[in-house]
Design a protein around this ligand. Structure first.
Ligand code: NAD
Length: 496
């Protein structure tokens, strides 16, 4: 449990986190000096110090270290790699509260949320450590007479990974765990807004992983991220981020024909039928729509509700939204809605809500930036959203839930699918057959019935359409970070 003491300890610890790249097993200063990025606690706008901005020269140094470390790391048995990843998981668990508190302070995350978020990091490491020991392939055999075929699952090489600010350490773990378990080495660039927990993880990794296996370069997407995508020494790029960044990484990677793994934005529909349990639906919407202040790629943000229960649902949703406690997470566990990450993000959300209002939508609750320190935006519910409008189709990435209505099942599915994204969706109904019909027709990589946003490490997290095509979690992630080599051995004829 995080107490006031943990938060005080975390604040002290933040001051001592190395503000440097982590290359070849140690923290190093940027070469050449390209200035710094200021870190801010979004809940109160207090300074958290600065971190250096990386340059292409820093990326070069990290790639050189990762390439040097590759033969040894790739050549170890899966069990040997697993032993070290399990040690790293143990180290994360030993620092769970501290990591959770630092994540809360750097990202403005409510305490109850971070204490659930950080354990996913060690769970991912442990799952991938074990799963890599059970690699699957077609059976070795004679598929051509006199020839024995078998498959080698090999690491791809050096993987460049780029992570976002909304779940900084968890998204880093979703890359680090499968990438390293599969025998690759890597260069990781965290978001310039939230690098602190990743740097603490490097302090833990320094005593466990061989030098060069895992390197971190700090800095912006436009400089460090671009340099990674274009780098000839990187064999594969993996990004969790916005669609625009994904496109840019894919374009950069095209020049050197790198494999690309993209986990991008979302606009998750929540289809509520007339027979749904409305209490459960509202509870699910509050949890999955406003969690992390709506800054979740799978957030339940777009309700498509049967016209007969529309008004009832909106009334209950508004009541529940207005009962949420918004504030600085440091005030205690009763705060369930923190700020959004930055002033720019808050203003972007406000701009989208204002444009929806101008387009004729009704803002039933919320919709105004509060007059207080910190980058807060209140829980907001919007109705009368025009089909095809920006609010109906674009990712808000804030605590904003819009509600549309439908008359028939096919209209509900057509509206739900009318987005370029394809990450997550849910259907709420008591009718099993109706749920199964919807599941079949929805173009989203995760579909829940009567819940939303629950994720399992053993199951893939994957997008369709503009949400990308990389698969995080499950053994599918390991597949994505390995290559298959077919070996054919001529057996010859018997020497009688
Ligand atoms: P972002 O795209 O702005 O940044 C993500 C990362 O990409 C950062 O590290 C950033 O520095 C880097 N980046 C930016 N431009 C780049 C470029 N040209 N080349 C290389 N790297 C670049 O995203 P964000 O604002 O940090 O995160 C929010 C976005 O991430 C949302 O769209 C959200 O839906 C998405 N997201 C998706 C998933 C998923 O699993 N599909 C999970 C979390 C977040």
């Amino acid at each position: 449990m995080i107490t006031k003491d943990t938060l005080t300890e975390a604040a002290d610890r933040i001051a001592r986190v190395p503000r440097a790249h982590f290359i070849d097993g140690s923290f190093t200063t940027a070469v050449p000096d390209a200035g710094t990025t200021a870190l801010i606690n979004p809940a109160n706008e207090a300074s958290l110090g600065t971190v250096p901005k990386g340059t292409p020269a820093d990326v070069d140094a990290a790639v050189t270290a990762a390439r040097r470390a590759l033969p040894d790391w790739a050549g170890r048995t899966p069990a040997a790699r697993a032993a070290l990843l399990n040690q790293l998981a143990d180290a994360v668990d030993a620092h769970l509260d501290l990591l959770a508190a630092i994540e809360s302070i750097n990202g403005g995350k409510p305490l109850a949320a971070v204490v659930e978020e950080i354990p996913v990091v060690s769970d991912s490491l442990r799952f991938m450590a074990g799963a890599a020991r059970t690699a699957q392939a077609p059976a070795a055999g004679q598929y051509v007479e006199g020839q024995l075929s078998y498959i080698r699952r090999e690491p791809v090489g050096v993987v460049g990974a780029i992570t976002p600010w909304n779940f900084p350490l968890m998204m880093a773990a979703w890359k680090i765990a499968p990438v390293l378990a599969a025998g690759n080495t890597m260069v990781l660039k965290p978001s310039q807004l939230t690098p602190l927990t990743t740097l603490v993880l490097m302090e833990l990794a320094a005593d466990i992983l061989p030098a060069g296996v895992l390197n971190v370069v700090l800095g912006s997407g436009s400089v460090v991220g671009e340099a990674m995508s274009h780098h000839p020494g990187i064999d594969m790029m993996a990004l969790t981020g916005s669609v625009g960044s994904g496109r840019s990484v894919a374009e950069g990677a095209a020049a050197t024909v790198k494999r690309v793994h993209l986990e991008l934005g979302g606009k998750a529909p929540v289809v509520v039928y007339d027979d749904a349990d409305l209490d459960a639906a509202v509870e699910g919407l509050i949890a999955a729509g406003y969690t992390n202040a709506g800054q979740d790629c799978g957030a339940a943000t777009r309700v498509i509700c049967h016209e007969s229960v529309h008004d009832e649902l909106v009334e209950r949703l508004v009541r529940a939204a207005e009962a949420l406690t918004m504030g600085d997470p440091a005030e205690g566990e009763h705060v369930v809605l923190g700020p959004v990450i930055s002033a720019a993000q808050r203003d972007r959300i406000a701009g989208m809500v204002d444009r929806a209002r101008r387009d004729g939508a009704t803002v039933v609750t919320g919709g105004q930036i509060p007059d207080r320190a910190g980058f807060f935006y209140p829980p907001t519910v919007i109705t009368n959203v025009a089909a095809g409008s920006e609010m109906a189709r674009e990712e808000v990435f804030g605590p904003v839930i819009s509600v549309e209505s439908f008359a028939t099942e096919s209209e509900a599915i057509a509206k739900a699918n009318d987005v370029v994204y394809g990450l997550a969706a849910s259907v709420w109904t008591a009718d099993h057959g109706r749920a199964l019909r919807a599941v079949e027709q929805l173009n989203f990589g995760s579909v829940w019935t009567n819940s939303h946003l629950t994720v399992a490490t053993e199951m893939p997290w994957v997008g369709f359409g503009h949400s990308g095509y990389g698969r995080d979690n499950a053994t599918y992630a390991l597949d994505d970070y390995t290559r298959t080599k077919h070996v054919m051995l001529a057996m010859g004829a018997a020497r009688d």
